[in-house]
Design a protein around this ligand. Structure first.
Ligand code: ACM
Length: 640
């Protein structure tokens, strides 16, 4: 069975229950929410039904909340499916399991007989989408909700403002909203309703007092530091912030958070608080503490639980603030010891192009996981990783120890969108998110090599299931993406062995570019090193379309001899195809060296199959511009 997340307990039966063509016959879905969910199941699996599904559960509150009862039991036998849950929330999770259980064989669609008892490990299972760096459409956010529900995620965190844009269509301050690319309050309220129908909370964030170049471009008088004339297209930390001692600025903050609180009914409201910097660093911590005192008091008056990134930790910060830890496990320990409840995000940054197993190996309760600097796949960014690890271990001033330790509420993956547009969002998120969703939901497990392979098998299945259920089709999206770059179906087919061998470079190597990466690794700041990307740079290259992790390259680690020989043959063929197209398909020109290197790799594989000892040369393991030859990395491990 290919469930993801894997349930708490699962007892398989022997039989297969056939699904006829006349729809599910759901009974007991008496609330509007469950009736709608039953209709969605029907729509997804329209040609696979006829099976009685009996649901028993009590109605839930109008809105999902932290700590809701999401337990359910799902039994499938010859008589049909039976769902028992204390509340609707559990029944919705059972529906997700049911949708994933549908399988096909030569005789058509079926459900396996099974008895599942399930409940989440953590109450907070989130995905943050940065809708500021690139505008993400409401349609894409709705799709995101569907895919989240399919994987039992229950918090969508919207990062609504940053240096580059302000996406909240405020009525009190309409001048703030980025023209043409923001959400009205009505549209956001509708999104919240759609989320609630799926048992998903929406937590909004306005990031203050730093990351506000877009605010200060409109209201210079509210700010301190190096204030830009226009909302900034530049990425990286900006040295400006809101002035906590300016009455007008604080009134605007209060008005904006008031509207935010009215638009988003969730208990939590996020005020950011990360990376506050000024040209003269001195005094920033005190300034931020003063600002945070003001904003947390406002949020409490609005009846909200304030939430902030871990930089907000300070001896004066009220203990009711929930801390989102992004700077390593040290930040998590610090928050918990000081009595703050926390959500862990550090190991779950989806913008770093990491393979799924990297995220999967980290435990959300502790932040414990592998040392990435020792992973050969990340050798090209090792120095940067090591420097950051060291910096994060000495982050922040001492905090008073609390009598009662804080609680880890769960985890939240973060999709920062410097290098992600509306078209690219789903491929960037869902290539790895199901694996993370499993860590947030399923019982704690030791992640050994076998567990990773099992996860990878089910991750691939989840991609197929989402396509079949009409939620997302990542493979089809990639073909559309290549098409946008001017490639024909024939080009794509001929060059697939090349595209499948490649992955984007890891960590911040793309975002920073070689010069800034080197300076950051050396710990000397970025001054004078131009970055290759800003918010206006078109994301229209092969590297934007290929998956963060290549499943085909990963399969080389376990491929048998005929499969290896066939891969090598494909690598030789792609070279011929590449050389024929190089002049006529501009998008592939930058892949010349990688394409040639793949021929070298083919020769190595052939020697290996002939019984000769081989080693993959360092040149094939180093980046090719913004690409790594993932195939070479998997073979290097195999040959070693
Ligand atoms: C962050 O990544 N600056 C929260």
């Amino acid at each position: 069975m290919n469930l993801m997340p894997w349930p708490k307990t699962l007892v398989p039966g022997a039989g297969r229950v056939r699904l006829a063509a006349d729809g599910w016959a759901v009974s007991g879905a008496e609330t509007r929410r469950l009736a709608a969910a039953a209709r969605r199941l029907q729509r997804h699996w329209g040609d696979a039904g006829g099976l009685p599904i009996v649901i028993r559960c009590a109605a839930s509150a109008a809105l999902p909340a932290l700590g809701d009862d999401e337990r359910y039991r799902l039994r499938v036998d010859a008589a049909g499916a039976r769902i028992d849950a204390s509340e609707e929330w559990g029944a919705l999770r059972a529906f997700a399991t049911l949708a994933q259980l549908v399988d096909t064989d030569d005789d058509g669609a079926f459900l396996p007989e099974v008895d599942i008892e399930d409940a989440p490990r953590f109450p907070w299972r989130g995905l943050m989408v940065d809708v500021a760096r690139h505008f993400i459409s409401l349609g894409a956010l709705r799709r995101t909700l569907e895919a989240m529900a399919f994987h039992k995620l229950n918090v969508l965190h919207l990062h609504l403002s940053d240096d580059q844009a302000f996406r909240f269509g405020s009525d009190a301050h309409p001048e703030m909203a980025t023209p043409g690319e923001h959400y009205s309050r009505e549209a956001l309220a509708a999104l919240v309703r759609d989320a609630a129908a799926r048992g998903i909370r929406v937590v909004p964030e306005l990031d203050v007092p730093g990351h506000v170049a877009s605010w200060l471009a409109v209201h210079r008088e509210w700010g301190l530091g190096d204030i830009p004339q226009r909302p900034s297209a530049r990425f990286g930390v900006h040295e400006c912030c809101l002035n906590p001692d300016h009455a007008g600025a604080m009134q605007a903050v209060e008005a904006l958070f008031g509207e935010l609180a009215a638009t988003f009914p969730d208990t939590h409201a996020h005020f950011g608080g990360d990376e506050v910097q000024l040209p003269k660093a001195a005094g920033v911590a005190a300034l931020q503490a003063r600002f945070n005192a003001g904003v947390t008091a406002m949020l409490k008056r609005l009846g909200k639980t304030p939430m902030a990134w871990d930089e907000a930790l300070h001896p004066d910060l009220p203990r009711e603030v929930t801390i989102q830890c992004w700077r390593g496990s040290a930040a998590l320990t610090r928050a918990l010891n000081a009595g703050f409840n926390a959500v862990l995000s550090a190991p779950y940054y989806l913008d770093l192009f990491y393979p799924a197993d990297v995220h999967y190996r980290f435990d959300p309760a502790t932040g414990a996981g592998p040392r990435l600097a020792e992973d050969p796949r990340f050798a090209h960014v090792r120095q940067g990783l090591e420097r950051l690890e060291r910096a994060w271990q000495r982050t922040g001033e001492a905090l008073p120890q609390a009598a009662e330790r804080g609680v880890v509420l769960g985890g939240e993956a973060c999709m920062w969108t410097e290098l992600v547009t509306d078209e690219l969002l789903h491929g960037r998120v869902w290539s790895r998110m199901p694996a993370i969703a499993e860590r947030f939901w399923s019982p704690m497990r030791e992640v050994d090599a076998g567990a990773v392979r099992d996860m990878q098998r089910r991750l691939a299945a989840s991609e197929r299931q989402m396509a079949r259920a009409g939620i997302l089709d990542l493979a089809a999206d990639r073909r559309v993406g290549f098409g946008r770059l001017g490639l024909t179906e024939g080009d794509i087919q001929a060059l697939t062995p090349l595209f499948d061998a490649l992955e984007p470079v890891k960590w911040y190597a793309r975002l920073l570019g070689p010069a800034a990466l080197e300076r950051r690794a050396a710990g000397v700041g970025e001054a004078g090193a131009a970055r290759p990307y800003d918010a206006a740079t078109p994301l229209a290259r092969i590297v934007d379309v290929i998956a963060p992790e290549s499943a085909a390259a990963r399969a080389l680690a376990f491929a048998d001899a005929p499969a290896l020989r066939s891969a090598a043959a494909g690598w030789r063929r792609q070279r011929q195809a590449f050389l024929r197209r190089r002049g006529s398909v501009p998008a592939i020109a930058e892949l010349d060296a990688a394409s040639a290197a793949l021929c070298e790799l083919a020769a190595l594989v052939e020697q290996h199959l002939d019984g000769a000892p081989v080693a993959v040369p360092a040149a094939l393991l180093a980046p090719f511009g913004e690409y790594v030859l993932a195939a070479a990395h998997h073979l290097a491990k195999r040959f070693a």
